[in-house]
Design a protein around this ligand. Structure first.
Ligand SMILES: Cc1cc2nc3c(=O)[nH]c(=O)nc-3n(C[C@H](O)[C@H](O)[C@H](O)COP(=O)(O)O)c2cc1C
Length: 222
């Protein structure tokens, strides 16, 4: 796929076909994506790729913790959004719920959607991007993790795949570490659901908007 077309067409995919992604394809995507830049070439990313029964086990454990009312305890707290950031967050949330036919006051349906999200939207595969605790608070390290996560999403398009970056899946990092066999020192930065998009599914109709360039850009020296 042509580069600009890929950047423009990438979007969050929230419904997948059940077909698993072949291991070789997932391997190729990661092999290419690690060409992403990183601060001092530190390459702070570590991947755990889930599929099959292990992914089912992970989803079941996350669902169990959610249903037990275990407080989410992400390795990296999501932070607060106010002002324009809060407005943007609400705008995308409301548009998604409108599309899904979920009323704002319908707590049960919203809860169901949250569980669905924490189950990686039932994607057949999941890539967990972890970072060692030694570099976890390094800002350049965080930027580098962002670079690799976006590169994964773009390279996936070349194989007809869609992705969803899922902060929500990192809310129970202990479950991920336990099932993946990761050490406590490995912190869950972000999860990437990956699979073949179900283009007929309503959640995939969402097209998000962006601020116009003149609102976010200052040109100096022109
Ligand atoms: C770090 C990060 C975490 C995200 N976590 C979630 C998530 O937990 N659930 C979700 O539905 N989307 C999540 N998203 C997707 C964003 O909502 C999405 O990228 C944004 O609304 C723009 O839409 P687009 O990706 O379709 O262009 C996340 C995106 C990023 C970059």
């Amino acid at each position: 796929m042509e580069l600009i077309e890929a950047v423009k067409s990438r979007k969050t995919i929230r419904a997948y076909k059940p077909t698993p992604v072949p291991r070789e394809v997932l391997g190729k995507i990661l092999e290419i994506a690690v060409r992403a830049p990183s601060g001092v070439n530190s390459q702070p990313w570590e991947f755990t790729v889930f599929g099959g029964k292990k992914l089912e086990e992970l989803k079941a454990e996350i669902t169990r913790q959610h249903e037990l009312g275990v407080e989410p305890h992400p390795d990296f707290p999501p932070g607060q959004y106010s002002g324009v950031y809060r407005d943007r967050r609400r705008e995308v949330g409301f548009r998604l719920y409108d599309l899904l036919g979920i009323k704002r006051e319908d707590k049960e349906k919203r809860e169901q959607w949250t569980v669905h999200m924490r189950r990686a939207f039932e994607a057949p595969n999941l890539i967990v991007i972890a970072v060692d605790q030694e570099i976890a608070s390094n800002f350049l390290g965080s930027l580098s993790l962002g670079a690799v996560m976006q590169t994964i999403c773009l390279v996936a398009l070349e194989y007809g795949l869609g992705t969803a970056l899922l902060g929500a899946m990192g809310e129970y990092p202990g479950a991920i570490r336990e099932i993946a066999g990761l050490a406590d020192s490995k912190k869950v930065a972000i999860c990437v659901a990956i699979g073949y998009p179900d283009w007929n599914a309503i959640p995939n109709k969402l097209q998000t908007i962006r601020e116009p360039l003149d609102k976010i850009t200052t040109w100096v020296g022109f």
